[in-house]
Design a protein around this ligand. Structure first.
Ligand code: NDP
Ligand code: 8X3
Length: 249
């Protein structure tokens, strides 16, 4: 039987690329996100192994509980959980930040990750095996101007990754964190509320990472021998040196 990977935010960017790559490499995929059409497209694109799609908002605690509790018996042996769903909403000084943006970032990036993990971890404990990959960010290692609440949400992912590792080590569950720099996905379009020009400008003048670069690292992490846990990776485009230093031509 193939190993099963549960991936949040599989409708776009890093999550979608990870679903495709893990499927190509022998995993069965539970692909999740809010956009049902995108989940269906992904399912049709995967021709190797099984795919189950679950449409939910990670903020909806009751729905997360209901859907995980209702997983069919042959989908419950989850080997890998990729906590990827998340975004930045806005980029503004703290004194003029939008409260709705703040709530979305804290509710999705932090509380959503917790809600999903809370339901999947007992399944992993039962089998005394599993691997949780949290997608943090360089933004969770260094704050930057106007990043404030997004930074806070990703600093929280960093703390939770360490905390989960402490609590789950005795259960045979590995916890890893990947902290990417600039990856060209729909991320900036979401941050800038659909302003494509502003989003594209973020990635101009240098070669950004692409979602497949992060998927490659996830595949590497989850295919290490059982005694190896690659706990943390900080990954930049070659032109990036920190959250704020990017060498543009
Ligand atoms: P995308 O915008 O391309 O993808 C975001 C994914 O998250 C989508 O699949 C979206 O699905 C899902 N998502 C967002 N909100 C929710 C929600 N409320 N409930 C369920 N799913 C949700 O961005 P990326 O692929 O770049 O982002 C993935 C992760 O990588 C995020 O955690 C981001 O913070 C992190 N990251 C990104 C970097 C970058 O430069 N791009 C760098 C460092 C980290 P849907 O809308 O269908 O629900
Ligand atoms: C995404 C990368 O630099 O826009 O987390 O915060 S950055």
């Amino acid at each position: 039987m193939n190993k099963i990977a549960f991936i949040t935010g599989a409708t776009s960017g890093i999550g979608r690329a990870t679903a495709l790559l893990l499927a190509q490499n022998g995993f069965d995929i539970i692909a999740t996100g809010r956009r049902a059409g995108r989940l269906e497209e992904l399912k049709n694109q995967i021709t190797t192994g099984r795919v189950l799609t679950l449409e939910f908002d990670v903020r909806d605690k009751a729905k997360v509980k209901e859907l995980v509790a209702g997983l069919p018996e042959d989908w419950r042996q989850i080997e890998v959980l990729v906590n990827n769903a998340g975004n930045a909403h806005g980029l503004a000084p703290i004194q003029s930040g939008d409260e709705q943006d703040w709530e979305m970032m804290l509710d999705i990036n932090v509380k959503g990750l917790l809600y999903v993990s809370k339901e999947i971890i007992p399944l992993m404990i039962k089998q005394q095996r599993g691997h949780i990959i949290n997608i943090g960010s360089v933004a969770g290692k260094e704050a930057y101007p106007n990043g404030n609440v997004y930074n806070a949400s990703k600093f929280a992912v960093d703390a939770l990754s360490q905390g989960m590792r402490f609590d789950l080590v005795k259960e045979g569950i590995k916890v890893s964190e990947i902290n990417p720099g600039l990856v060209q996905t729909e991320f900036s379009e979401v941050r800038f509320k659909g302003d494509k020009g502003r989003a594209e400008a973020v990635y101009q003048g240098f070669q950004p990472l692409v979602a497949e670069d992060i998927a490659d690292i996830i595949l590497f992490m989850v295919t290490r021998p059982a005694h190896v846990n690659l706990a943390e990776v900080l990954v930049f485009p070659a032109a990036q040196a920190s959250a704020t230093v990017v060498h543009k031509s």
